[in-house]
Design a protein. Structure first.
Length: 308
């Protein structure tokens, strides 16, 4: 990239950003290649892990998670040194930057450590559209959700599933692409014909979200546990209609908003807000969004009439 172009982009990133001027396709292509390279690290350790550690929240972490995020951060520092970064393993860098990358080096680590191929590398890009956030010491904390997206508007999303050889790439206005083919959600408009997915059905059944989950499960055609990022990709590519996540971080949610929206679907928190900081989330094919939101919230909405 030319020095003049770098200076122009750096100046634009100091405070609030004009997203229309951003090279979103360039970011998406970079993210897809970076995810592929991080996936190669995961593949080297897949079914060959030397050991597993557990964080304070009892979630697993491995050497592959750390090495993958280290690679992603190194690639970003070389290509976009003025951008902010928020990653699962190493927290927030340049929190004042108006453009932020979200990194989940291995989403679905439990599947990964058990040798199950339903895990992926996730990258997202979001632009700040409000006042800049100050850098503070300690772990990342959530700011006020001022506009449904924590002040950051998700613009680019990538999910790469290295064992399956699948990649979903999306950027605002550019569509969602699945292994080079345009991705679309399904046209299913009846809940009774829908496929419901979730990362952990047992956890949902034991959580405060149990009642909404049970109401929804009772109405769908079939439920499967194809969860984590893989479940959301299945919705974006028309292979399922609903995916529930009872707990999500910003690095989980940021890539999913553009992927689902550009495929014609919706991704929101359980309250129906377009946000990456709601702490939970669900994806739908769009046709079923209002119905699913109503069922989860205990306020059923009428379904659209099926197509003749």
């Amino acid at each position: 990239m030319r020095d003049e172009e770098k200076r122009r982009q750096a100046a634009a990133l100091q405070n609030v950003i004009n997203t229309d001027s951003l090279p979103l396709q360039e970011y998406a292509e970079f993210a897809a290649e970076a995810a592929r390279r991080a996936g190669e690290i995961a593949l080297r350790y897949y079914q060959k892990l030397p050991g597993v550690e557990y964080k304070a929240d009892h979630s697993p972490v491995t050497v592959a998670d750390r090495e993958s995020e280290q690679l992603l951060r190194r690639l970003l520092e070389e290509r976009y040194p003025e951008h902010g970064i928020l990653g699962e393993e190493y927290g927030l860098t340049r929190g004042e930057a108006a453009l932020r990358w979200y990194l989940d080096p291995i989403d679905g680590t439990f599947s990964f450590v058990r040798g199950v191929p339903l895990f992926g590398v996730m990258l997202g890009v979001a632009a700040k559209e409000h006042a800049p956030e100050k850098q503070v010491p300690g772990p990342p904390r959530r700011a006020r959700d001022e506009n449904g997206v924590n002040g950051f508007n998700p613009l680019v999303g990538v999910v790469h599933l290295p064992v399956l050889g699948e990649t979903a790439v999306a950027w605002r206005g550019g569509g969602c692409w699945w292994n080079g083919t345009r991705a679309h959600v399904s046209a299913t408009a009846k809940l009774e014909e829908a496929v419901l997915l979730s990362s952990d059905p047992i956890d949902l059944a034991r959580s405060p979200k149990q009642r909404g989950y049970e109401r929804l499960r009772a109405r769908v055609k079939v439920q499967r546990g194809w969860g984590d990022c893989y479940g959301h990709v299945l919705v974006a590519t028309g292979r399922a209609e609903i995916m529930l996540d009872a707990a999500l971080h910003e690095w989980d949610a940021a890539p999913l908003v553009p992927i689902l929206e550009e495929a014609g679907g919706r991704f929101t928190d359980w309250r129906g807000r377009r946000t990456i900081s709601g702490g939970d989330g669900f994806a739908t094919n769009g046709e079923l969004f209002e119905v699913v939101r109503g069922v989860l919230g205990g306020k059923p909405k009428p379904e659209k009439a099926g197509k003749a």
